[in-house]
Design a protein around this ligand. Structure first.
Ligand SMILES: Nc1ncnc2c1ncn2[C@@H]1O[C@H](COP(=O)(O)OP(=O)(O)OP(=O)(O)O)[C@@H](O)[C@H]1O
Ligand SMILES: Cc1cn([C@H]2C[C@H](O)[C@@H](COP(=O)(O)O)O2)c(=O)[nH]c1=O
Length: 208
C-alpha cells in the first residue's frame, strides 16, 4: 500500500496531539510504517522557527512576517521529512499543516487566503494532505483542557483574544464545508478512545 498524508487540524486544546498518537498506534498495529510529526516543527530547522514564532519574550511578528515564517518552517518540513517519508511508502500523521495557516494567519489575522496559498506554492510546491481530520469542540471545554495541561502558561498565538480564536474556528469550519472530499469533521468531546473510534471510521472511509 502506498503512503498517505493525514493531518489533524482544529483550535487550541481540542485533542490533535492525543488523536495523532492514537491514530499512529492503530496504523502501526496494521503493520504500516507511520511517521508522526507536527507544525510548526518536525525538523531541526522548523523547530527553531517554532521557537521564534511562539516564544512570548521579544516584540513578536507582524502578520506578514508571521505567515512567511510558518511557510518557511513548512517548506523545510515538507522537503526534508514529509516528502521523503511518503516517497518510501510511509504514512505521515501530522499535527497541524497548511489549513492552520489559512485559519490563523488568514481567518484570525486577516491575510488573504490566496496569498497564503501562493506562499505554500512557493515554499512547499503546493503539497496537500490526502485527508484532514478537523476536530471540533466547545471552546470552553477546549480552554479547560489547555488550562489543565499548561497551568495557564500560554504561547504567543494561543494567548490571543477569544474573538481571534473564534475567527480561527469559523475559518476551519468554512474550509471543511468547502472541501468535504478532503476533510472529515469530527466531534472531539467524550473520552479519548471514543474520539479515536470516530477518527478511525473517518480515516478508513476518507483516506484508505
Ligand atoms: N478526549 C479528551 N478528553 C479529555 N481530555 C483530553 C481529551 N483529549 C485530550 N485531552 C487532554 O487535553 C489536553 C489537550 O490535548 P492535546 O494536547 O491532545 O490537544 P491539542 O489539540 O494538540 O492542543 P494544542 O493545539 O494546544 O497543541 C491534554 O492534556 C490531553 O491529555
Ligand atoms: C501550523 C500553524 C500553527 N499555528 C499556531 C497554532 C498554535 O497556536 C501554534 C502551534 O501550537 P501547537 O500547540 O503545536 O498547536 O501555532 C499558526 O498560527 N499557523 C500555522 O500555520
Amino acid at each position: 500500500m502506498t503512503g498517505r498524508f493525514i493531518v489533524f487540524e482544529g483550535g487550541e486544546g481540542v485533542g490533535k496531539s492525543t488523536q495523532s498518537r492514537l491514530l499512529a498506534e492503530a496504523l502501526r498495529g496494521r503493520g504500516l510504517e507511520v511517521v508522526t510529526t507536527r507544525e510548526p516543527g518536525g525538523t531541526p530547522g522548523a523547530e527553531a522557527i517554532r521557537a521564534l514564532l511562539l516564544q512570548t519574550d521579544g516584540p513578536g511578528w507582524g502578520s506578514r512576517a508571521e505567515a512567511l515564517l510558518f511557510a518557511a518552517a513548512r517548506a523545510d518540513h515538507v522537503e526534508t521529512l514529509i516528502r521523503p517519508a511518503l516517497a518510501r511508502g510511509a504514512w505521515v500523521v501530522c499535527d497541524r499543516y497548511l489549513d492552520s495557516s489559512r485559519a490563523y494567519q488568514g481567518g484570525g489575522s486577516g491575510l488573504r487566503d490566496a496569498d497564503i496559498l501562493t506562499l505554500h506554492g512557493i515554499g512547499s510546491e503546493g503539497l496537500l494532505p490526502d485527508c484532514t481530520v478537523l476536530l471540533t469542540l466547545d471552546p470552553e471545554e477546549a480552554a479547560a483542557r489547555v488550562a489543565r495541561r499548561d497551568a495557564g502558561v500560554l504561547d504567543r498565538i494561543g494567548g490571543r483574544a477569544a474573538d481571534y480564536h473564534a475567527r480561527v474556528a469559523a475559518a476551519f469550519q468554512r474550509f471543511a464545508e468547502a472541501e468535504p472530499e478532503r476533510f472529515a469533521m469530527i466531534a472531539a468531546q467524550g473520552a479519548p478512545e471514543e474520539v479515536h473510534a470516530r477518527v478511525m471510521a473517518a480515516v478508513d472511509s476518507l483516506c484508505a
